[in-house]
Every structure is written in C-alpha cells, then in structure tokens.
Design a binder for this molecule. Structure first.
Ligand SMILES: [Zn+2]
Length: 473
C-alpha cells in the first residue's frame, strides 16, 4: 500500500504524490498571537505534528513551515486595552504558544516565519495583483476582485452566488463586489504600519499566508493545512491570490483538522471549565493530553470533557507502564540481543493505519495490542526467561519507534506532571499527625525525620502557633 490522504479540494481520499519524489513541502496556518493558546490551537498543532512525523516515518523528507500572525486587529486591540505596544503583546504570546506546544511534545516547524518580517514580500504580491488588474486600490486600501478569479469557491465547494446568499455580505460602495477582500489596509492612527505604493498601512491576513508559504516552499505546495474553520474565506482567498499571480496550482493537497468542542456542562460540574492549554496542563500530565489529541483522527471532532481527559490519562499510563516495566525487566538480564522479527506484525499494521489518511486511532489500537502481548513477556522476563527477553527486546524497541510517530514516546523528556495537592493531602495530614505525636513524646529525632522526608518530597512544612501548615514547594 501507499499513502492515501483526504484532500479537501477533491473531497475524497486520493493517493499522495508530492511534486518531487521523497520530499514534502507543507505549510500550516499558525496562531494569531494575542492571547494564551486554547484547546483548538493545541488540536491543530498536534494534528499536523503527527502528520509531519507520519510522513517522516513513511520515508519522506519534510520541510514544514508554520507562520506566526503577529500583526492583526486582535493584537492591536489587546495592546490598546493594556496600554502596551502590539510588539510586546505579540512577543509574549508567541513565546507562550511555543512553550505550551513544546510541553505537548509538538516539534518546532523547520521555519516559523513571522508576518511582520515579511511585509516587503506581501507588498510585492499585492503589487503584482494590482498590475494584473485583479486588485484595486481605494483610499489607501487595496481589495482583491473575486470576480476576476473564475474558480473562486472551488476549495469550499460553492459559487460566488452561494457565498453571497450564505454570508449576507453588506454592500460597500468602495468595493466592486461586496465579497472583495482586503489585501492591504490603510494605516489608522496609533497602529503599526509600513510604507507601500498605496500609502502607509498593513497587510490583510490572507495575503500574509500566500506570501510566507510561497517564499519558503515555492509556487506550488505539496500540502497546505489548517483548521476546518479556515477553509472559507481564509484558504479560498489564499488560493485566489496566489494562483492569480503564479498561474500554477497553489496547493496539491489541502488537509483540514476537525473542531474541538468543550463539554461545558460536565466541565462546569467539576469546576474545571478548561479553555486554555495552560489550564489543562495545570491539572493533567502533558502526555495524557497529547494521548487524547493524537488518539483522535485529525478530521474528527474532539470533545473535551473531564471524562475524555481521564481516559487520555489512563491510556497514557498503560503505554508508559509497559515501557517502564519492559525497560526494567530487560535491564536485569545480560544483553541477549533483540529479535527484530518479533515486532513485524505490529509495524506492518501500524504502517497500514498511518497510510490510510493518518488513521491514528487505528495506530493507537495497534500499540495497545502490542502492549497486551508485551505485558506477559515482561512477567516471563522477570522470572528469568531468556527467550522471552529476546522477543520482548524486539517489540519494546518497535513500540518506542511507533509510539514516537504519534509523539507519545514514554522515553522522551516530558514536562513534570502537575502534582495535585488534593491527592496528597490525606498522606501529608497523616504524617504531620505522627510528627506531632512524636514531638509530644519528646522523640525529636523522629519528628525531624518526618519533616525532612516531607521536604525531600517537595512538601514544605511551616510550624505556626495554630499548628502546622504545609504546601507544595
Ligand atoms: Zn493562513
């Protein structure tokens, strides 16, 4: 078999054929950095991280570009609210995004272009569109004429008339067609702006992605990705702008990840109405959250609820426990080598799942099958069975490699799991009682021993007139 992917443009699965054999140029729309990333951002980042890892697993060399939109109405509005510059706001949340995605095991893209560092590329593209007569300037703004592009609507599968009917676009006397969209926006007082042939201003969002993707990946991308909510108008507009300039197909394959829903009712019941990645990571280990995200097919919706997160945690613990026990069991024996054929059936099944439009739920099911076969081998190795060790070593090595395709290798350096102080409370209270009894009995050595044990576990004890208090260090 070979890789088949669901192409939004054709609305069906098709064989994946990159422009150049063995190489893939992939562009994915990145965040607009005006706030902490929410679960939708994490979903998209993990989905395309898994797709990139999958392509590499299948032998492709991937050049992955994901932009940062660091000039935008929302950034400007936030900066004004907080009396800061939009540069500070964009910098803070670019870092927050990078840090939190990194915590979730998302590898940085090969290139992460910032919009503000590519203004001249955008101005050049807008100028070409004006030269070709498909864009026009009005009072310092520049609009793209959608009627100039006959296949406008092909990606989102609608005609101009459908769009007009569906979107209820207000007529604007400055536009030739109400659906024409801004390529360049005239400067307003106090906003960041750059000079251009049409006066000072800033680029529209859509032109940013056309300029940055084609700069690094050429006129035709193998894959363009993003969330389903970006298909219209963002991606439709990217196609129109880019193809009007180059005359070549803009992207061969369009991949779109599904939505995230939040079960607000269930979350509210548990008083955990998670919206941001930061909130979730304060309560759940990062690999557990990643297991939930990577274990769903990229096109399926994911419903975030405490139940789904708890399921993610159990699934992750099952994987991590097998990896830990296998490593410990094998370490007790002399190195007897590994049987590489032991893992073949799982590698074959896992590969088939990934080749079927990156079917990660099926891939994860293969890993659980492997764990079910591996666990009894661990028991046998612990009892000193050498032949089991050779087989276990073979499948444990394969497990590690396959889990890492989903970005779920237990051997990786994951961030420390949040330690829930509520979960520790009964133990700490019990130990503090024992310490109090020891002190009353004047067994100070024992009292000190308990305190230093707690300290070594990261629990700080304060003796106050009303009794002892404690907190996590
Ligand atoms: Zn984009």
């Amino acid at each position: 078999m070979a890789l088949v992917v669901h192409n939004t443009l054709s609305r069906r699965k098709e064989p994946f054929v990159p422009l150049e054999a063995g190489r893939v140029g992939m562009y994915v729309c990145g965040p607009t950095v005006y706030d902490h990333p929410h679960l939708g951002h994490a979903r998209a980042a993990v989905a395309f991280d898994v797709i990139r890892r999958s392509l590499e697993f299948l032998g492709y060399r991937v050049l992955y570009v994901r932009n940062v939109t660091d000039v935008d109405d929302k950034i400007i509005a936030r900066a004004a609210e907080e009396n800061r510059t939009s540069w500070e706001v964009a910098e803070e949340y670019t870092r927050a995004y990078d840090d939190q995605m990194s915590a979730l095991g998302v590898r940085p893209p090969n290139i992460a272009p910032r919009a503000t560092a590519h203004i001249s590329d955008m101005v050049g593209l807008v100028a070409s569109l004006v030269d070709r007569g498909v864009a026009y300037a009005v009072d310092g703004d520049v609009y793209y004429s959608v009627e100039s592009f006959p296949s406008y609507g092909a990606l989102s599968n609608r005609t101009l008339d459908d769009v007009r009917a569906g979107e209820r676009v207000e007529p604007d006397p400055r536009k030739r067609n109400p659906l024409d969209f801004a390529l360049w926006k005239a400067a307003k007082p106090g906003e960041p702006s750059w000079s251009s042939p049409w006066g000072d201003g800033r680029p529209g969002w859509h032109i940013e992605c056309s300029a940055m993707s084609m700069k690094y990946l050429g006129t035709t991308l193998d894959i363009h990705g993003g969330g389903q909510d970006l298909i219209f108008p963002h991606h439709e507009n990217e196609v129109a702008q880019s193809e009007a300039v180059t005359g070549s197909p803009f992207a061969r394959v369009w991949l779109h990840n599904g939505f995230v829903t939040i079960d607000a009712e269930k979350m509210a019941k548990s008083l955990k109405n998670f919206v941001t990645v930061r909130d979730v990571l304060a309560e759940y280990p990062a690999p557990a959250v990643r297991t939930l995200l990577a274990g769903a097919h990229y096109r399926s919706p994911i419903d975030f609820s405490t139940q789904a997160l708890d399921d993610g945690r159990s699934a992750w613990e099952r994987l991590a426990t097998f990896a830990r026990n296998a490593a410990q069991a094998l370490a007790t024996l002399d190195d007897r080598g590994a049987d590489p054929t032991a893992a073949e059936p799982w590698v074959a099944k896992f590969t088939a799942a990934i080749e079927d439009d990156f079917n990660t739920p099926e891939g994860l099911a293969v890993l659980f099958d492997l764990v079910s076969t591996g666990n009894p081998l661990v028991d046998r190795v612990e009892r000193g069975d050498g032949s089991a060790a050779i087989e276990l070593a073979g499948i444990a090595a394969a497990f590690e490699a396959l889990a890492e395709v989903l970005g779920l290798s237990p051997a990786r350096d994951w961030p420390e799991a949040p330690r829930g102080s509520e979960a520790l409370a009964p133990l700490v209270v019990y130990l503090l009682e024992l310490r109090e009894q020891a002190r009353l009995a004047k067994d100070f050595a024992r009292a000190d021993e308990i305190r230093s044990l707690l300290g070594a576990a990261g629990i700080v004890v304060e003796d106050r007139p009303g009794g002892s208090r404690w907190h996590l260090a």
